[in-house]
Design a binder for this molecule. Structure first.
Ligand SMILES: *Cc1c(COP(=O)(O)O)cnc(C)c1O
Length: 433
């Protein structure tokens, strides 16, 4: 499979090149040259397939012959080492829980898949890469855990000092080995700016820097897997299926639309956002007008200019009419998100965290328009990761899951930096070319 840049000003590349580069040289996102729907027989028989078999069918055309079948199957098996249950919350409404992995956020799936692809590309020990990633919390932990011990991959995570939760900080500073954490004296945007600068810095080209956020196709595409798993679990209900994704960079929802292009019967998509409402405003006005991000309680979605939106437009050939038929987007305040977490708990006993609650809200709003459907919202993180919000609201104490307990007692190791020059000297002094 070949990939082209959505900025149309860079050469076509292979799957491997697209994964290693992350972003095209013209700063565009990579997109597959063709998308071939899966045969009807696959969907007719999906309830009899394992997660690994479904994932293999979904991804194989995008990898092509660049990873042999048996290796790709091994990578998938390694990636999907946990459950993806669809939990009934109320009549016709389900929570697709994506938080049963090692760091309790959905990003575990993409991080594990991408790291193992890079590990395979380095099988002859001649394709070393350095993953450089800025995190406001969740991404860093998933990348640290997903890439731990992968041969030929060094990982440097930049996070804003004092601005991530204790659990999140432990998840990215306690693993050691090939994972290095830099504690930046600044905010998330400062981390992000340093990472962007490093990617453009020719004097660092020998380190093969790459990114590990959802702009990378090997993090984005495997996010289709669990949308297929949701359909597999709900197919027998035989009703139109609405999928609501709490959206930040719009990677999950874009993977859902890609799954639909492969033939998965999703009737309607809802992109639910917090106060960062660039896409809901676009759907109202037709004008794409990104704004600086606003801080909210669902902070993993505090994104003012969602990077994957351009891929969604490509998936609809920039046809706004077709897009609006399939897709809605609604924005919700922190106040309504908080009262919804309480309402869900009081009425059903289900504990949602702020991102999932935003997804639930968007789903409820759409289902008023389409009442004869069943709806799924993604629960993208475990409530324990947002215990500062959830515990006081519900007046409960959440038990600490074993995945989290195992990092809490371990000593944090990080290096404090203040400037881009300090990042650069850290790379040159600590990473072998
Ligand atoms: C990253 C993240 C999101 C946003 O997902 P996108 O694919 O970027 O839209 C939502 N919830 C949680 C908990 C996250 O970590």
């Amino acid at each position: 499979m070949k990939y082209f840049s959505l900025n149309s000003n860079a050469p076509r590349v292979s799957f491997e090149e697209a994964v290693v580069l992350g972003l095209a040289p013209d700063r565009g996102l990579y997109f597959p040259e063709s998308i071939t729907p899966l045969p009807n027989a696959f969907f007719n028989n999906i309830e009899n397939l394992s997660h690994e078999e479904i994932a293999f069918e979904a991804i194989k055309q995008f990898v092509g012959d660049e990873i042999p079948e048996n290796e790709l199957k091994r990578i998938i098996a390694d990636t999907l080492c946990f459950d993806f249950p669809c939990i009934p919350v109320e009549e016709n409404i389900y929570s697709l829980e994506l938080f049963h992995g090692p760091t309790m956020a959905f990003k575990d799936v993409g991080a594990r898949f991408m790291s193992r692809c890079l590990g395979y590309f380095n099988r002859n020990d001649n394709k070393k890469v350095t993953v450089l990633v800025a995190t406001s919390g969740d991404t860093g932990g998933a990348v640290a855990s997903g890439f731990l011990g992968v041969k030929g991959v060094e990982v440097i995570i930049l996070y804003p000092s004092g601005k991530v939760s204790e659990i999140q900080e432990r998840q990215l500073t306690t693993l050691g080995q090939n994972i290095k954490a830099l504690e930046v004296d600044g905010v998330f945007d400062d981390c992000q700016d340093m990472v962007k600068k490093a990617f453009l810095d020719d004097s660092l080209s020998a380190y093969n820097l790459t990114s590990a956020n959802s702009i990378n196709i090997a993090r984005w595409l495997p996010q289709m897997f669990y949308i297929f798993f949701a359909y597999q679990q709900l197919k027998k209900q035989n009703k139109p299926l609405i999928l609501s994704c709490p959206s930040g960079n719009f990677g999950n929802i874009c993977a859902g639309i890609m799954a639909k292009r492969l033939g998965l019967p999703i009737a309607h998509f809802v992109a639910s956002t917090n106060a960062n409402d660039t896409v809901p405003r676009f759907l109202e006005s037709g004008l794409y007008d990104p704004k600086p991000s606003i801080a909210t309680i669902s902070n993993a979605m505090d994104v003012g200019n969602p990077s994957n939106f351009i891929r969604i437009q490509e998936l609809y050939n920039n046809d706004l009419k077709a897009f609006e038929k399939d897709f809605s987007s609604y924005s919700f305040s922190d106040a309504i998100t908080e009262s919804t977490i309480k309402d869900i708990y009081q009425h059903t006993g289900y504990i949602a965290e702020p991102h999932g609650a935003v997804g639930y809200l968007g789903l409820k709003k759409e289902m008023q328009k389409q009442p004869n459907s069943i709806g799924v919202f993604l629960e993208t993180a475990h409530p324990i990761k947002f215990l500062d919000v959830v515990e006081p609201l519900l007046a409960i104490t959440l038990p600490i899951p074993t995945q989290i307990e195992s990092v809490l007692g371990v000593e944090k190791i990080s290096t404090k930096i203040k400037s881009y020059d300090e990042l650069k000297s850290f790379i040159t002094n600590n990473i072998n070319q």
